[in-house]
Design a protein around this ligand. Structure first.
Ligand code: HEC
Ligand code: HEC
Length: 197
């Protein structure tokens, strides 16, 4: 596990060293062409309309790059995403990260269950989610944006961490958090975050 993490850290350092190129790359037509494949599942403008597929728009650049590296290395498992990530070159990991990070994040619809959101807010407070995900839940660096993400995907992600099915970089941050959460807490906090404005 540790070795795997170190090799990820090395590839990420290499990615970041070349990151300066990514802003320019994001503008060019080549990345748009590559991102068209992604839209088929992740939605137009990076906003997913499909169950259990996350929106990518407005995720932190580093978070996106890391997840692609994790899928590619097989440390994050998913039948649909792994083959796609395996075909993405380092250069494109950077340009796709910059491309989706620059997009406008999803705008939540009207919250139809504010009572559930209230419970979710208490969970987020008690579990100190904002201490890593930031007060606006927009995420930062390798920490994911949660605000406006699809509700059922947030539920799935938290269950995946809780069950040890999603390990990511081998950093136990989310496994530690999710392991302690009840199913009721997961349901409530996912609702709160999906509608967070
Ligand atoms: C065939 C459908 C499909 C296509 C095409 C696809 N993805 Fe995905 N992607 C998924 C699914 C499903 C997940 C969620 C995996 C899970 O539940 O862990 C995902 C997850 C991700 C994640 C992790 C996001 C998060 O919030 O954890 C990133 C980053 C990502 N995809 C990037 C891309 C990029 C970039 C492309 C285009 C090059 C792409 N995907 C194309 C299905 C797809
Ligand atoms: C100690 C820091 C930390 C705390 C506290 C924390 N998180 Fe996270 N969270 C992370 C990191 C880092 C990631 C990215 C992990 C990875 O690469 O899989 C993440 C990822 C996630 C994801 C996956 C998002 C996606 O798009 O795939 C969800 C959902 C999530 N966190 C929810 C929460 C909730 C809800 C709480 C509070 C109950 C919380 N987190 C508390 C650090 C934290």
């Amino acid at each position: 596990m540790r070795r795997q993490f170190i090799s990820h850290a090395i590839s990420a350092a290499a990615l970041l060293a070349l990151g300066a190129l990514s802003a320019r790359a994001a503008d060019n037509a080549a990345v748009q062409e590559k991102a068209a494949v992604c839209s088929g599942c992740h939605g137009e403008n990076g906003i997913s309309q499909t169950e259990n597929i996350p929106s990518l728009a407005g995720q932190p650049d580093q978070f996106l790059q890391w997840q692609l590296v994790f899928f590619r290395a097989g440390s994050r498992k998913n039948e649909q995403m792994q083959p796609i990530a395996e075909a993405i070159a380092n250069e494109d990991v950077r340009s796709l990260g910059a491309y989706f990070a620059a997009m406008t994040p999803p705008k939540p619809a009207e919250d139809k269950d504010p009572d559930l959101s209230k419970k979710g807010a208490q969970v987020a407070e008690g579990r100190r989610c904002a201490s890593c995900h930031t007060d606006s839940f927009a995420g930062t660096k390798a920490v994911a944006r949660l605000a406006g993400q699809r509700e059922e995907y947030l539920v799935k992600a938290l269950h995946d961490y809780k069950a040890g099915q999603r390990v990511g970089g081998g950093v136990a941050a989310m496994a530690d958090v999710a392991y302690r959460m009840s199913d009721e807490e997961i349901t409530a906090v996912a609702h709160y975050l999906a509608y967070f404005k």
